[in-house]
Design a protein around this ligand. Structure first.
Ligand code: HAM
Length: 421
């Protein structure tokens, strides 16, 4: 073979497509039910957008971006996530001037130069929602419950919600100081990334994936003890509202997540079926991102989940797939002269919304019936010299072999009624 896929990418083949369509359509239906509206942004954006939002000292910006210069010398980046582009579009299209609250969702490919492994790709797909303009903890609870509702609808079982609050600009310095004090003299045992982040972004140390570093985090004081009163009240309200909806959650005081824009609530929905990459969905509140991008103060909260990971779980739960590749009708011309008329009927049926196929290669009955069975056809229409003379077709029910004649003009209404039954 001359060319192969770039590392970390994959082809999504027709037999898997049923899962994708199902996830996308259930997501859309539910998002509309919760009054979220779709937005589509470009796949590449100016590099500065991601540096200034996700944060310079994050793995994504430091190591994982697909950044290139275009022919005009502009630095562009394939989007590694959807929140920053959405906020850019929200501001650029003056959505903030039209109404206080915007509820938006998106779906599409994202790109991160990560080490590929099961559930981790360099091109992957996210579906996400962003509730912009609502500071109230109800919005956090709504977003989390929407995620839980969606995964329930999809039949994804054994998921758990983990939640934390990473504070706000008032209490963040206190939280960071406590982390620094705790790490203190052990700093030189931590990895290079942690050592670099110690002075500028100590909170990010908690997100380090190195097992060696993690051993130094045990016994770390609970960051909730350093929250300001507003953050404490906000977090308690989120938890109370989740409780009132019967949503089970687990508080993980070290859940800081790998993007700098979060304030207050952070959460993940995780699945044991995913192995090492166990986060199906991640999100949180980002009350200062809109402002940082040049807009008015506009609190927001949202999440995104990975479609590849959702498909992985669904596949492990089902031993068959949802791909509906059967046809309703197979048309079998008998004899060369009948082919053109059958080709015309094929077109008529398709225009009438009936999924059908015909053989272009043979005019013998037996191989055509075999093909009809292979395609899962419900009925085969047989059209030979005799039938052409009498303006009829023979209609054969494939499940039991029963057959009868039908006049050509009555064919479409008949099939419509039969296929609906
Ligand atoms: P994130 O946690 O970086 O958050 O990504 C969200 C989800 O995308 C992950 O839980 C995972 O399912 C999927 N994902 C991430 N990286 C990969 C990868 N390399 N391969 C396959 N799947 C992956 C965000 O992106 C935030 N923008 C979420 C958000 C929205 N926060 C607020 N609003």
């Amino acid at each position: 073979m001359k060319y192969t896929l770039p590392r970390g990418t994959r082809d999504i083949l027709p037999e898997e497509m049923g899962f994708w369509h199902n996830i996308e359509s259930v997501s859309r239906t539910l998002f509309h039910l919760y009054n979220y509206h779709e937005i589509r942004t470009p796949i590449f954006e100016s590099t500065g957008l991601f540096e200034g939002s996700i944060g310079n000292e994050t793995d994504i910006v430091e190591k994982e971006m697909y950044t290139f210069l275009d022919k005009g010398g502009r630095s562009l980046t394939l989007r590694p996530e959807g929140t920053a582009p959405l906020v850019r579009a929200y501001l650029q299209n003056n959505m903030h001037k039209k109404q206080r609250n915007s509820k938006l969702y998106y779906c599409g490919p994202m790109f991160r130069y990560e080490r590929p492994q099961a559930g981790r790709y360099r091109q992957f797909h996210q579906v996400g929602v962003e509730n912009i303009g609502t500071p109230e903890p109800f919005a956090d609870a709504e977003v989390i419950s929407l995620g839980v509702h969606l995964f329930d609808e999809l039949g994804l079982t054994d998921l758990s919600v983990t939640i934390n609050s990473v504070g706000c600009p008032v209490c963040r310095p206190v939280i960071e100081e406590r982390i620094k004090q705790f790490i203190g003299t052990n700093l030189h045992f931590l990895c290079g990334d942690c050592q670099r982040r110690f002075d500028t972004k100590p909170l990010r140390i908690l997100d380090c994936k190195s097992n060696q570093c993690k051993t130094y985090f045990s016994g770390l004081p609970d960051i909730r003890d350093s929250h300001c009163q507003e953050c404490r009240d906000h977090f308690n309200s989120v938890l109370e509202y989740l409780d009132s909806l019967g949503i089970m959650f687990h508080i993980n005081p070290r859940l800081v997540r790998g993007l700098d824009y979060y304030t207050r609530t952070t959460f993940e929905i995780i699945s044991d079926q995913l192995g090492a990459q166990n986060a199906l969905c991640g999100g949180g509140r980002y009350d200062y991102l809109v402002e940082k991008m040049g807009g008015p103060h506009t609190p927001a909260v949202g999440f995104a989940f990975g479609l590849e990971r959702a498909v992985m779980i669904l596949k492990s739960l089902l031993d068959h797939n949802h791909y509906d590749d059967v046809i309703s009708i197979f048309i079998a011309p008998i004899g060369f002269a009948q082919r053109t008329k059958c080709f015309y009927i094929l077109d008529e049926l398709r225009r009438a919304g009936i999924k059908c196929e015909m053989s272009y290669v043979t005019e013998e009955l037996k191989p055509q019936l075999r093909q009809a069975n292979r395609l899962g056809a419900e009925y085969t229409l047989i059209y030979g010299y005799d039938e052409a003379e009498r303006h009829i077709m023979i209609i054969k029910k494939m499940a039991n072999g029963e057959q009868h004649e039908i006049e050509l003009e009555k064919l479409i209404p008949y099939l419509r009624a039969e296929l609906k039954a």
